[in-house]
Write a protein that binds this ligand. Structure first.
Ligand SMILES: Cc1cc2nc3c(=O)[nH]c(=O)nc-3n(C[C@H](O)[C@H](O)[C@H](O)COP(=O)(O)OP(=O)(O)OC[C@H]3O[C@@H](n4cnc5c(N)ncnc54)[C@H](O)[C@@H]3O)c2cc1C
Length: 315
């Protein structure tokens, strides 16, 4: 191992930091914990600390510690849009749970309102909203994220998460009490501050006939099942669609389907998916992403932009 590699992989937490995290979270703080099981790609090295945080008070305490000690930290949602480096993530990885998993969905005269914690599963939110007739919620069907990650990514299909957001609550290291923010939403990104942890979001939908909404939803799920390689670990579409085109179409036309680097393979079923065929590393996956990008640029002069977020140590 090179010196660069050794230093990129060395924990930045002191014994006192570890003790404080263990005192605050008990068994819900684990150390040098592998992240691969927490990502959809099943790839990634260890976190110095993996912290399951269940209340706003606990989140405030962890963010205050990070602020005071200038420790790096990262909030992990469902891990469905992430490539975690083989060297893992230095500092504290926060995974919200407990109070943050609640969903309160109600139909009323003005439509359907859903108040959801950031760790609530988007598929569950979609199912509950559809059964109340939330119009447009079908456009979020089959996206396997959490509410917080989907807000950060402005996830969606023909309609996007941000279109339905009414209120957002966050906590940050500099302002660790829950407070409201109003981000703007763009194609697969938002103006949400980098250091903001989304804790809750209120979504608002017009209401329609629940049977009709569930029917459209079901059709979308079937279409996705028939066009996406859901039997293998992946992070969904790897590249953003360039203006007026589809990344998948360009990748396929450039002849990249089936390309492989170790255990990582460009899916034969959907060219914008890279699947883990078994034991793929982050280095292999990153190398394959770079190869696809280069091939498309050489063939069509289009520089594809990554949709998946790279995080952690890649040395
Ligand atoms: C099979 C498959 C199909 C997919 N289909 C689609 C699709 O149709 N459309 C689409 O847009 N995406 C799709 N995705 C990608 C992914 O599901 C979405 O981007 C999802 O919204 C990410 O949510 P997550 O909770 O998994 O976030 P993660 O992958 O865990 O994190 C993504 C980013 O959000 C940040 N984040 C997570 N939680 C919070 C929080 N509480 N506060 C602040 N920041 C946070 C993370 O730090 C990270 O930067 C697909 C993925 C898979 C595996």
């Amino acid at each position: 191992m090179s010196l660069t590699e050794i230093s990129a992989r060395a924990s930045v937490l002191t014994g006192a930091d570890r003790e404080l995290l263990a005192q605050t979270l008990g068994q819900r703080a684990s150390f040098d914990a592998p992240l691969a099981p927490h990502t959809y790609w099943k790839i990634g090295g260890p976190a110095d600390a993996f912290c399951i945080v269940e209340t706003s008070a606990e989140l405030g305490a962890i963010l205050r510690l990070a602020f005071k000690r200038t420790l790096p930290w990262f909030v992990l949602g469902s891990g469905s849009n992430l490539l975690v480096g083989d060297g893992g993530i230095r500092g504290i990885v926060i995974r919200l749970a407990g109070d943050f998993a609640r969903i309160d969905a109600r139909a009323h005269d003005d439509g359907v309102t859903i108040v959801a914690g950031a760790s609530a599963s988007l598929p569950l939110v979609v199912a509950q909203g559809a059964s109340l007739g939330a119009i447009g919620i079908d456009s979020l069907a089959g996206i396997p994220g959490s509410v917080g990650g989907s807000l950060r990514m402005n996830a969606g299909t023909d309609r996007e998460f941000g279109e339905f957001v009414r209120d957002v609550t966050v906590q940050t290291p500099a302002k660790p009490e829950p407070h409201a923010v109003t981000p703007q939403y763009f194609y697969r990104h938002t103006t949400l501050a980098r250091d903001a942890v989304v804790t809750h979001a209120t979504l608002q939908f017009a209401s329609g006939d629940p049977v009709a909404v569930r029917d459209v939803l079901q059709k979308r799920l079937v279409r996705r099942k028939n066009s996406q390689p859901l039997q293998y670990p992946s992070a969904g579409s790897c590249f953003r669609n360039p203006p007026g085109d589809k990344a998948g179409r360009l990748i396929e036309a450039a002849g990249c389907k089936g390309l492989r680097e170790g255990g990582a393979e460009v899916s034969e079923m959907h060219a914008n998916f890279i699947v883990n065929r078994g034991g793929a590393t982050a280095a292999e996956t990153a190398a394959l992403l770079a190869r696809v990008r280069r091939t498309v640029a050489e063939r069509f002069g289009v520089e594809l932009e990554l949709e998946v977020h790279f995080v952690g140590a890649f040395v």
